[in-house]
Design a protein around this ligand. Structure first.
Ligand code: UTP
Length: 475
């Protein structure tokens, strides 16, 4: 009787929000499927759905109009002048102290669908390193192990997966013995999902008993950190700073004393690394000041005129692009959770497989619906203070987005070799180069060998002579 009543309530609720079709196949489901579908419906946020449908699904939100954008101030990659030089040195010392004191944790967001790459399995399991073909997860794990040794500390690692790749992620860590890390210091957790909509505002069904849904974006990390217990775990360990990065950048410097130190010295709550854009409309967020607050304006929302605007010396006025590397205070994540994680949702027009009204599977060749997600950089203006630090593209950015051509595994491997060659050359090692200047050998520097340029100088005696065509692995 009670079950009957609750089914009746759900039917009424769905009717009220024009989603009754979710129970269209109810009579054809077995008990387990019914239970499964009901629990998915109960997870839906009905207080929001009508608003999403009206403002994000059925229409594209109006552009913000003419707002006054000013480029946000940033710290250059290299300090200029005595005062700044002193500040950078002080920051590096403070950063090292905070890392050594166990105040820093690593957080990788690895819940994306990796549609463009088209790789079966979690992107973190993609083999990428130029000589040993190590996976992204292994590279990060080795970095974390090496940094823990260097700073004589424990650097816990939080990995956000999504319902689509959580079990595969767990499995990748399990079969690889947690990449030699202590399993107690590795915390894999799941992010939330949001329902997918047709253009007319109906929630799509993936099959007769399953709502079509997708991960709620990297901004979902704020809520997922709390829901999963990761935030509590951080608190228990005394973590104050979260070093946030994406799974698809093998060059990320996860534990950068300068970045952490500047963030802490300036008492910031969420800080970001940026680099000089290669061209005005490069697909990177733009760091702007809006009403005195740092805000990231997506490349697609940046008016062309502003994106193209140049200074007297020819450089871009809005020259800094976001590479999704942040330091986030644990206390900011806690505070935003108390406020219900008020990050806006963004719409993405996508091809979404689903069943039609007769229950037949439709695999659309054209975009047919809307996915919703939140972005981590929308938390920047919610921070009381925010530091922006420039980094150098060739030192810290090798995005893996596409299967081939730009931002692909191929380009990432070249960038990894390029950075390794640069580190060795700046320590005085001769690197064979082709007439066009590109590196004429394969080099891979394991994190155990060096985490930065300076580490190379202490290991010069271990570096062999390198000839054209060699494959060199330094560990
Ligand atoms: P992207 O926005 O590049 O998406 O994610 P993606 O899933 O890797 O690739 P496409 O767009 O489907 O081709 C940037 C980073 O944010 C993570 C991704 O795993 C990647 O590290 N991410 C993205 C999540 O963790 N969850 C999400 O819901 C979305």
């Amino acid at each position: 009787m009670a079950a009957q009543k609750s089914l009746e309530n759900i039917r009424n609720l769905l009717k009220k929000h024009r989603q009754s079709h979710l129970l269209a196949f109810w009579g054809q489901l077995n008990q387990a499927q019914k239970q499964n579908l009901l629990s998915q419906i109960e997870e839906l946020d009905f207080s929001q759905i009508d608003n999403w449908v009206a403002n994000l699904v059925k229409k594209t939100p109006a552009a913000a109009g003419q707002i006054d954008l000013i480029p946000a101030p940033f710290y250059s990659a290299h300090p200029t002048g005595q005062v700044q030089k002193r500040k950078y040195s002080e920051a590096v010392e403070l950063g090292k102290k905070l890392i050594s004191a166990g105040k820093v944790a690593a957080l990788v967001v690895a819940g994306g669908q990796g549609t463009r790459l088209g790789f079966e399995g979690p992107k973190g399991d993609l083999s990428i390193s130029p000589v040993k073909n190590k996976t992204l997860f292994r590279l990060f794990a080795e970095y974390i192990a090496a940094a823990s040794r260097k700073y004589q500390t424990v650097l816990p690692w939080y990995i956000m997966a999504s319902p689509l790749n959580y079990s595969q992620t767990i499995e990748a860590f399990r079969v690889n013995d947690y990449y030699a890390l202590d399993q107690n210091n590795v915390f894999i957790f799941e992010q939330g999902t949001l329902p997918n909509f047709s253009f007319d505002g109906r929630i799509l069904l993936a099959d007769k008993a399953t709502i079509a849904c997708s991960p709620d974006g990297h901004g979902g990390s704020f809520r997922a950190l709390r829901r999963s217990g990761a935030l509590k775990d951080m608190k228990k360990r005394g973590i104050e700073f979260i070093s946030y990065f994406q799974v698809d950048n093998p060059l990320v410097n996860i534990c950068d004393p300068l970045f952490i130190g500047l963030h802490a010295l300036d008492k910031a709550e969420m800080s970001s690394k940026v680099l000089i854009k290669a061209y005005p409309k490069e697909k990177l967020g733009n760091f702007c000041l809006v009403d005195g607050k740092v805000k990231v304006i997506e490349y697609s929302d940046m008016p062309d005129e502003l994106a193209e605007r140049r200074k007297h010396d020819g450089s871009l006025v809005f020259e800094m692009g976001s590479i999704a590397i942040h330091i986030i205070n644990r206390s900011l994540v806690e505070r935003l959770n108390e406020k219900g994680c008020p990050l806006p949702l963004h719409r993405a027009v996508k091809q979404i497989p689903h069943i039609d009204d007769s229950g037949n599977l439709v695999e659309p060749a054209e975009p047919n619906g809307i996915k919703l997600e939140s972005f981590v950089f929308d938390a920047v203006p919610l921070a009381s203070k925010s530091v922006i630090l420039e980094t150098l593209r060739e030192q810290e950015f090798a995005p893996i987005k596409n299967a081939a051509s730009v931002d692909s595994p191929e380009t990432a491997r070249q960038l990894m070799v390029g950075r390794a060659a640069d580190w060795l050359e700046s320590a005085g090692v001769t690197i064979p180069r082709k007439p066009d200047g590109s590196v004429d050998c394969l080099i891979e520097i394991a994190p155990s060998f060096a985490l930065d340029k300076d580490d190379i100088k202490t290991k010069l005696h271990q570096i062999p002579q390198i000839k054209s065509g060699d494959q060199v692995y330094l560990e």
